[in-house]
Every structure is written in C-alpha cells, then in structure tokens.
Design a protein around this ligand. Sequence first.
Ligand SMILES: C[S@@+](CC[C@H](N)C(=O)[O-])C[C@H]1O[C@@H](n2cnc3c(N)ncnc32)[C@H](O)[C@@H]1O
Length: 465
Amino acid sequence: MEPTLELQIEKFSLKGYGLVRLQRIAPLPPLEVEVAHTLPGDRVQVEMRKKVRGTRKGRLLEVLEASPARVEPACKHARVCGGCCWQQMSYEAQLREKEERVRKTFGPAVAVSPIVPAESIFRYRNKMEFSFSENRGGMRYLGLMIAQAEPYVFNVEECHLCSTWFSDVLNRVRTWWEGSGLKAYDPPRDEGTLRYLTLREAFRTGQKMAVLNVSGNPTFAPSREQLDGFVAAVRSVLPPEEPISLFLRIHQTKKGRPTHFYEMHLGGPDHIVEELHLQGGKLSFKISPSSFFQPNTAQAEKLYNLALETIRSLQPSVVYDLYCGTGTLGMAASRFARQVVGIEISPEALLDAEQNLKGNGLQNCTFHQGDVGQVLTRLLAQPSFQRPDVVIVDPPRAGLDPLALRHLQTLSPKAILYISCNPLTQAENIRELTQAGYQLLSLQPLDQFPHTYHIENIALLARKR
Ligand SMILES: C[S@@+](CC[C@H](N)C(=O)[O-])C[C@H]1O[C@@H](n2cnc3c(N)ncnc32)[C@H](O)[C@@H]1O
C-alpha cells in the first residue's frame, strides 16, 4: 500500500500537471511531486507513486478543495487520459496559462500579442493515433496512454477532441482484434503485429481515412483474412455508400538503422482531400497516410491567415518555406510572391505537395525533398541560387538543427517568420538568430490544442542591416 498525502498544488509542471515542492529535513533537497489532472490552488488527496528523474508522481484520489479555475470535464476518461491534461480547467484559464508560458519563455524584451483562442474547444482534431497494447496476462487495450504511466494504454471508449465516429471505429476494431488471433507489437522483443491505428477526417470535406500500423517483422505479418476482418470492422461504422480510405502501414525497423515505412492500400480512395479557406481564396490539399497536415484545420486557417498577412505586407519576391509538409503555407504565400521554394523531408508529403500544386493550378512553386540543412547546402552551391527575401520555418518540436540554423543565417533574408509548436526550442533558436543580426519584432501565440499544454507560436524577425 502506497502512502497517501494531502497536498496544496502550487504550480504547473512543463507537461501541464500540478506540482508541489515538499520541504525535507536538511541536507535533503525539496522533493517535487507531480499530480496529473490537478491545478494550482487545488487541495488534493494523493497516493504517492514512484520517483522518476527527481520528481515523485502522485495519483489524484480526491479534490478536497477546488481551484477557482476548476470545471467539470466533458470526458469520462479525464482523470486517466494522458491526452488531455487540462479538461478540468476553464478555457479562459488555459489561455491565460499558455500566454503566460510564452511571456516567461521569451522574457520582457518583446511584447506578446493576446493568444488567438480556438473556435471550438471540442471535436477539433482531424487526426488521432490510438495504440494497441497487451499486458502479460493477455488483457488487450486499444486507446491512449495513461497519464504519468506511459507507455501503459487504457481502452478509450469516447474522445471529445475528435468526431464521434473515431470512438465507434475504436470500439469495433477492438472487437475485431479479440477474435483475430493477432497480438499487440512488443518493441523490446520485436514480436507481435499491431502497433497503432491512425484515424483522419478532413474537416472541410468530411473525407475519412483509417490506417492500421503494423510491425514489419515477417513472422508476424497479418493474413489477408485478418486484414479483411479489419476492413469490415471499420466499414461497419459508416453507411455503406460512404467511402473511407483504408491502408496498412508497415514499420520496418532494424537496430541502428532508420525505420522504413511501406503502405498497402486496403480499399476506398487512396487519399483524402482537405480544403483551407484562406486570405485570397480556397486551396485544396491531397493528404496521403504518411503526410503531415495541421491537426486542427480551423485553427490552421487562422494560423496561416496571420502568417499570410505578414508575408503580404513584406511584398517579397522569393519566399522559402522550410519544413513545408504538403506545401500548404508556401502555396498560400505564392499568391503574394514571384517564386516560392519549399523543402520537406517526407517523400510522401512531397509527392502530395507536387500534386497539390497542379490541383490548385499554381506555377510559381518548387519543392525539394530532403533534410533542410542538406538541401540548402546543395542549393547554396548552385550558381543559379536565388536568395529569398522572406523565409518561413515551421520545424518539428526539436526546432532547427545547427546546420539548418547556420544556413538560415547565410540565406540572410530580410524577414524570418518562425512558426513553432514548441516555444522552448523556438526561443533558443531565436536567441542565436538575434546574436547573428536579427531583431525579434513580434510574438503571436495561437491555441491549436485546447485541453492540452501545447502552444503554437508565430515569431517575426527582421534583419537589422
Ligand atoms: C510542424 S510540420 C510543418 C508542416 C507545414 N509547414 C504545415 O504547416 O503543414 C514539420 C514538417 O517538417 C518535416 N521535417 C521534419 N524534419 C525535417 C528535416 N530535417 N528536414 C525537412 N523537413 C523535415 C516533417 O515531415 C513535417 O512535415
């Protein structure tokens, strides 16, 4: 039996969980206790759990006194789920906390504009990934990670962040799994088949996609019959006349080598189409199973419109769109520039980008596939190289790597629009850019993911000379 304690939650951890510092007898340093789904101002009863990297985890047993920001969550899994950390906090308080995080990260030298709130705080996600997991006793779970207990998974029966058909599919696929004879993939042993299930729904067109992600170990390959069962389970949720794009995605992993993905089309259309309603008109985008697309379409439109307003005001000739995904922002910006050059590592996303160009009738965009740093090394060495006057960067959470950052300085555009889903790495990169002659002019946070601690932030930098 683990000890229980009464705690007064003081602040948030980085991951948005409640945090307390317990003083201990000298010379012991204070002990930090992190409790999922609690808020500063809550007084709670907690069961103490194991210590991970200097922080003790506590499991919330009861809220004894509620913080003024506390509200009733919509989801029955809110006390367990690792997906939402803030469903029990009012949306106003979530926005205040996110804005404050950006302010603290960048310091007082630059003003932070008020955060752009989400239009809908539920049913906003166009993509979810649910994990298959099995315990030693053979109990099966298909859902999301348990908060503070990753990689353990619980069975998701409802999720308020996505359309209701997502949970209908989950529940049917779980039933199919029971009778399929397939095992969940066990990474340390490289045994078993089922890794995760990706569901997508284009927000503007309603087009749907389901992707079953499996191990590439041939010993555990699913049979045709098993896959037919999966297809039937997904299809059973939708009216017979409604198409759904169905894929098998195979993860080929070998120790010390990069993972390769292979896709097998199982039925329905081989992609979905999403539309973005942007400044200057509507654009359509083809999305394949492996392509990145902003997970909240309504907020992506707001994000892009803000970026486009700035780009238009700069009247650029050549725009670079680094980490361009399926080319969304670059294509939208091409209306305000003579030429746009996009760089993206994912070959699938790049193929989509090429087709999206044709589909939207755009002639002034060029895309290059590869790592941003390496592609820029190649482009910079070409005699015909065209220096951009504006560069958009929208890297993954890790931010810009040293080579990309160095090349960005060599490109020396008059303005850099740095979009990021991780203000911490964004601030680090921007510190380096300011030392290299750029001035940070503005910061505009935007909420793409209500009920989570994630923040999207647009920074505008101008070259000083
Ligand atoms: C945050 S997404 C932005 C995508 C796009 N700007 C958009 O709004 O849809 C980051 C993109 O960077 C790509 N990426 C990740 N590492 C990369 C690298 N080293 N070089 C080029 N692209 C990379 C990912 O595949 C992904 O499409």
